[in-house]
Ligand binder design. Structure first.
Ligand code: HEC
Ligand code: HEC
Length: 475
């Protein structure tokens, strides 16, 4: 399982291709008169043999592709649910805004300021509880939660941070379980990684675990950094969900004959719609999107305001959740990742994972040489609404086991470029998003409100300086 690393020059070439290649025309390699937008299928092993630049370009092409019925878009016989689920005879049209399929391309929503970016309110998606039951056919909010489209920039770093936190927490659990067993006494430990506290865990000598004091994380200690609810583990898992839900394209590794007994689970007449090689290419494209950066304004007064705003942001307690930077041990991205649930390609299913370094250019390092990822999040879920501040409790549906008023701490990197705000994308200003904080953030919100007007503006100026890198075409 020794990953081989491409030299830095190859990474640079891949990035150059992603950001400066002219928009790749659809289906250059489909035969004449064929209406396919996807590049032809390749296996995982073949994808891993491509140069990183070729793989990333293929991923970009898939992200831009307007998928067609000829290659399997649409799912007359299946719902958008994450677990393969047959559809009832719903009589829904091919495209349907809430139940999906709701769009033609990933870029249809993630397009601002460029492919992979965020989305306008009009690009909101309607997510259901999602795991096995998704055949709703109404816009009644009782059956779906409306969410705004987040930017994917830096998501390779996000997944790596989540993996490292998971690994650290599980190592702590392992060590404590062994100690409890050998000592014959129960042991209560504080779980923490990268300076983030995840509550306590009590291990009993017989292997029983008391998880009632965990904070902001699931009982299996897997950090799930994707979706605003924080319920998905990897880019790969999310990508496979999105392909089915938004486009009716079903990944072989989840919906194929091996798992469902049918090569055409959605009964649209197309078998094996998208295989492991193309899924991998999509993941690579997203993982390589450059991390957002702090770009302080040129103007001296504005610069000073933003700098002071950053200090105030910590002073009034915003940084306790929106942690300015998290240290990353290694920027080598491996695919498939170690914590993929079944129905997504797993480590043990491949001879060797694909491995490549993310571009950490411009990111600071700590004394230990670790990359400081300026993500402004603690990767935890929090209660973010209460009776005084009910706005963020506007969903009617719990998702997985996560309550309606609980969301993942939004990553604020890039927030200066990703309006509108809030999980529903229904807030046009940063101030609005701040003012609606309640629940565990009530004290910080009140502290913000108590600041004099200029200091409030300084915090806004600081948030406005957090920009998506690469906008306009350069990595
Ligand atoms: C209809 C609009 C829409 C389309 C099309 C769409 N997305 Fe998204 N995407 C969203 C929304 C909305 C979210 C936030 C979902 C949530 O919070 O539950 C999201 C979230 C994501 C995330 C998680 C990001 C994060 O930081 O939490 C990934 C990864 C992603 N999309 C990839 C894709 C890919 C790949 C495609 C194409 C196969 C795609 N999306 C198509 C709207 C869309
Ligand atoms: C208890 C943890 C916590 C604290 C403290 C906190 N936040 Fe948040 N913040 C969140 C969560 C969770 C969200 C996601 C809310 C949603 O959309 O459901 C969020 C969202 C945001 C957003 C919107 C981001 C987007 O892309 O839509 C901004 C801006 C923000 N916070 C700024 C602040 C500021 C400024 C402070 C200090 C006054 C602060 N937060 C304090 C947890 C916290």
């Amino acid at each position: 399982m020794k990953p081989t690393l491409p030299p830095a020059a190859v990474v640079a070439a891949a990035l150059a291709l992603i950001f400066s290649a002219p928009q790749v025309a659809a289906a250059a390699d489909a035969g004449w008169g064929e209406e396919r937008a996807m590049p032809p299928p390749i296996s995982f092993a073949d994808a891993a043999r491509l140069s990183l630049a070729e793989l990333a370009a293929r991923g970009r092409r898939l992200f831009l592709a307007k998928f067609t019925a000829a290659e399997g878009a649409g799912r007359p016989g299946a719902t958008g649910a994450i677990v393969p689920t047959k559809a009832e005879e719903t009589g829904l049209p091919t495209f349907f805004r809430t139940a999906g399929p709701d769009s033609n391309a990933c870029r249809g929503c993630h397009n601002d300021p460029e492919p992979g970016g965020a989305g306008d309110f009009v690009a909101n998606a309607f997510v259901s509880e999602g795991f096995s039951d998704a055949d709703f056919d109404t816009v009644d909010p009782q059956f779906s939660n409306e969410r705004g489209t987040p930017a994917l920039n830096g998501s390779g770093f996000v997944e790596l941070l989540a993996r490292e936190i998971t690994a650290e927490l599980r190592a702590q659990r392992r060590a404590a379980a062994a100690k409890a067993r050998t000592s014959g006494r129960k042991l209560r430990i504080a779980l923490s990684a990268k300076n983030i506290s995840f509550g306590h865990l009590t291990l009993h000598p017989d292997g029983f675990m008391d998880v009632s004091e965990l904070e902001g994380i699931d009982q299996d200690l897997v950090v799930r950094p994707f979706s605003q609810k924080g319920v998905f583990t990897s880019l790969r898992q999310f990508t496979i969900n999105a392909l089915n839900a938004h486009h009716g394209l079903q990944a072989v590794e989840r919906f194929g004959a091996r798992h469902t007994g049918s090569a055409d689970f959605d009964k649209d007449g197309v078998s094996d719609e998208i295989g492991a090689g193309n899924i991998t290419a999509l993941v690579v494209f997203q993982a390589l999107l450059p991390p957002p950066i702090a770009a302080l304004p040129q103007d001296e007064a504005a610069r000073a305001a933003a700098a002071r705003g950053r200090a105030l942001f910590s002073e009034i307690g915003c940084a306790s959740c929106h942690m300015p930077a998290l240290p990353l041990e290694s920027a080598v991205f491996t695919e498939p990742g170690p914590y993929n649930p079944a129905g997504n390609l797993r480590r043990r299913e491949v001879k060797a994972p694909l491995a490549f370094p993310l571009n950490a250019k411009g990111l600071a390092r700590d004394e230990a040489g670790r990359i400081l990822v300026p993500v402004f999040s603690d990767f935890k879920r929090h209660v973010i609404a209460d009776a005084n501040k009910p706005h963020f409790a506007n969903e009617l549906l719990a998702q997985r086991f996560v309550n309606r008023d609980v969301f993942l701490t939004a990553r604020l990197w890039g927030v200066g470029d990703t309006a509108p705000y809030g999980h529903r994308g229904d807030l046009t200003t940063l101030r609005g998003a701040i003012m609606h904080h309640g629940g565990e953030a009530a004290a910080a919100q009140k502290a913000f409100e108590a600041l004099e007007a200029d200091d409030q503006r300084r915090i806004i100026a600081f948030l406005q300086s957090l920009k998506l890198a690469g906008a306009g075409g350069s990595p």
